[in-house]
Each structure stands twice: as C-alpha cells, then as structure tokens.
Design a protein around this ligand. Structure first.
Ligand SMILES: Cc1cc2nc3c(=O)[nH]c(=O)nc-3n(C[C@H](O)[C@H](O)[C@H](O)COP(=O)(O)OP(=O)(O)OC[C@H]3O[C@@H](n4cnc5c(N)ncnc54)[C@H](O)[C@@H]3O)c2cc1C
Length: 217
C-alpha cells in the first residue's frame, strides 16, 4: 500500500469464512479497516461440536458459525456468502481479487449477489482451510510438509498476503488455533498500517458504551 495510507482508508480482503477468516475479519473491521470477506460455506465447523473451545462449555459448530458471522457483520465487515474467490493477483501496491458467485444469495446488507466480481485491497488474508490452491497460484513459499510457510505474524513470503488456520498447519486443526491465527494476521496488518504495534484492548467502560443495557453479567 502507498506510504500515505492510514487505517481509515486501508482495505483488507479475507478469502474464506471459517473460524480463521471470520476472526481476521472481526479484528480488521472492529479496528477500522475496510473489510470484505468471501466464503463458500464449506467449513469443517458444520461437522463439529466443540467441547474444547476455552470459555465455551459446549456449542454446535454451525451455531458457533452463526454467532461468529453475526459478530463480524455487526462490526461492519462486508461478508459475501457463497461468493468464491477464483484468483488473487498483485496489482500495484495491492491486490486484485476475482470472484464467482456459487449461488445467488442475500448479503448482510440485503443486496442480492448474482454477478462475478473484481475487487481491490491493500492486504489479503487467506483462510481457505486445508485448500491451499490460491496460495499456490500466488507463488507464496510452502514448507516441506506442504503447508503455507508463515511465522507468528502469519505473513507469507509475499508482503501483504497473510495465511491462517488449517492451511498453515499439518495437524493442529482446532477452531481455537484458527481463531488465534486470524486475530494475529489482522493485528499485524493494523500494526503495519499504523507503523507501530497495535493492541486491541477493551475495558469494562468500553463494553458499557457499546452494549449498554444489553451487557451480559
Ligand atoms: C468432524 C470434525 C470435527 C471437528 N471437531 C472439532 C472440535 O471438536 N474442536 C475443534 O476445535 N475443531 C474441530 N474440528 C476442526 C475445525 O473444524 C477446524 O480446525 C476449523 O474449521 C479450521 O478453520 P479454518 O478457518 O482454518 O478452515 P475452515 O473451517 O475449513 O474454513 C475455510 C472456509 O473457506 C472457504 N473457502 C475455501 N476456498 C474458498 C474460496 N476460494 N473462496 C471463498 N471461500 C473459500 C470454505 O468454504 C470454508 O468455509 C473438527 C473438524 C471436523 C472435520
């Protein structure tokens, strides 16, 4: 992205809306990045029932997804359900993302999605589960075990492209880990945009301001 860009006009596209992608979108949108997420709804979560997600006793995978999607929508991300990303390419300081609509659907804002699209963003977060085709097509580095090679910042060998969740791990496939990866990617993008380490910390007064009378005990 250009040197003059700020958090107010930086944009991120998230490819994939499982736990990793939704977490990246939540942190990005909550903290002011223009955030668009594409998802084809083939997340493994629809097969799961979680007993091992810290802080939640027991929750069905699809129920977890419904809550997570609502959270992401509430923070203002543009979640485009059933729109598949077919290609990602470098363009100038950013990226161009091409999409194809899998089936006509209503977006969160009520608009019908029925046409293929082309979108631009400063950053891309890949969160496509165990499918690593887009990362491969982009030419990012892979580790010897066939996973996408990232460090704790989740940035790939291609600056501005992050990879998260099942695509960066051979075996540790857990929702809690995927959610952490997505959060780390978004926070590192925010740090990169702001030019200093970014913390998304909230205190009780923030919760009262945001949720008011709806605040849970
Ligand atoms: C039977 C089963 C039980 C499980 N039980 C548990 C459990 O008890 N606890 C636990 O923590 N984990 C469990 N898991 C694992 C958990 O579901 C995964 O760790 C988690 O879903 C990985 O998240 P992710 O975001 O990396 O990928 P995914 O959840 O796979 O999400 C990837 C998303 O990207 C979308 N996508 C892919 N390509 C594109 C594209 N080109 N364009 C747009 N969208 C795209 C997919 O449709 C999908 O929705 C279970 C998994 C299975 C299969």
């Amino acid at each position: 992205m250009s040197d003059e860009a700020t958090v107010d006009d930086a944009s991120v596209i998230v490819v994939g809306g499982g736990p990793a992608g939704l977490s990246a979108a939540l942190f990005a949108a909550k903290n002011g990045l223009e955030t668009t997420l594409f998802d084809t709804d083939e997340t493994w979560m629809h097969k799961a029932h979680l007993f091992n997600y810290l802080g939640i006793g027991s929750v069905g995978g699809s129920e977890f997804m419904a809550t997570a999607r609502q959270q992401v929508d509430d923070f203002g991300a543009d979640r485009r359900q059933n729109e598949e990303v077919t290609a990602v390419s470098e363009a100038g300081d950013g990226f161009v993302v091409e999409t194809s609509v899998v089936s006509e659907t209503q977006r969160a804002d009520g608009d019908a999605v029925d046409a293929d699209g082309e979108y631009e963003a400063d950053f891309v977060v890949l969160a496509t589960g165990a499918n690593r085709d887009i990362a491969d097509d982009l030419g990012v580095a892979f580790a010897e075990d066939g996973t996408v090679d990232v460090g704790v910042e989740m940035e790939t060998s291609l600056a501005g492209v992050y990879a998260t969740g099942a695509m960066v791990r051979a075996e540790e496939w857990q929702a809690a880990i995927a959610v952490g990866d997505g959060a780390a990617a978004a926070l590192n993008i925010l740090s990169s945009v702001r030019g200093e380490h970014y913390h998304d910390f909230n205190v009780p007064a923030d919760a009262e301001r945001v949720f008011g009378n709806h605040l849970a005990e």
